[in-house]
Design a protein around this ligand. Structure first.
Ligand code: DX5
Ligand code: ZN
Length: 217
């Protein structure tokens, strides 16, 4: 599978979102990663539904919406209507994950499950065949610009193995601290999609950085 890149809008200038979206539109990026934080599941608040709608109005790439919120079931249909094509919930926030994943698919979205750095991949054993995407957090969720956690490589290996063993079609997405220092190794280990926030938006030429990440292997 071709390496896919999802620039994270969290690292963009929020007073100039339109230009960030236009940059992504004309780049080689595959998705726009949109981080939703509620100040409860994670110790930060990011952006809400009207902003997702506005991003969607300008975007020509699918919105990959990462819900770092408690009780995500309450908002799935709202985010789908706001323009999400992928909806990812945290395993740690979902006591009835099977039902939640089904609910996302019933809305016509791709269903993603995210794991925090401490959550073992084996907990996905009985759901992996149902999900379209597994997002491995490679930092503790809540903030951009953090240092990549090296144990992620081990988790990518374990997840690749689980996907092959179960015949799942799930893709592997990595989120947090992605840069040229780890992108090649992550793709080689079996990752399919890399989220990149600060590394893209703090670079001199973000579209060129996206291209470099995508073509690293
Ligand atoms: C962190 C978010 C990430 C964040 C990544 O909680 O889920 O998507 O935007 O940002 P960087 O690439 O700067 O670590
Ligand atoms: Zn994210």
């Amino acid at each position: 599978m071709n390496p896919l890149i999802a620039p994270s809008i969290l690292a963009a200038d929020f007073a100039n979102l339109q230009s960030a979206i236009e940059m992504i539109n004309s780049s080689e990026a595959d998705y726009i990663h949109v981080d939703i934080m509620d100040g409860v599941f994670v110790p930060n608040i990011s952006l809400g539904i009207p902003v997702v709608e506005a991003i969607h109005r300008h975007a020509n790439k699918p919105l990959d919406v990462h819900l770092m919120i408690v009780e995500p079931d309450k908002y799935l249909s709202t985010f789908q209507k706001a323009g999400a094509s992928h909806l990812t919930v945290h395993l740690e926030a979902c006591p009835h994950l099977h039902r939640t994943v089904q609910g996302i698919k019933d809305l016509g979205c791709k269903a993603g499950v995210a794991l925090n750095p401490h959550t073992p991949v084996r907990l996905l054993e009985d759901i992996i065949r149902e999900v379209d995407l597994v997002l491995l957090m490679s930092v503790n969720p809540g903030f951009g610009g953090q240092k990549f956690i090296d144990n992620t490589y081990k988790k990518v290996n374990a997840l690749s193995k689980l996907i092959v063993e179960t015949g799942s079609h799930a893709r592997i997405e990595i989120d947090g601290g992605v840069s040229m220092d780890n992108a090649g190794k992550l793709f080689s280990a079996g990752a399919n999609i890399l989220v990149a926030g600060n590394f893209v938006f703090s670079s001199k030429n973000p579209a060129e950085t996206i291209k470099k990440l995508k073509n690293i292997v």
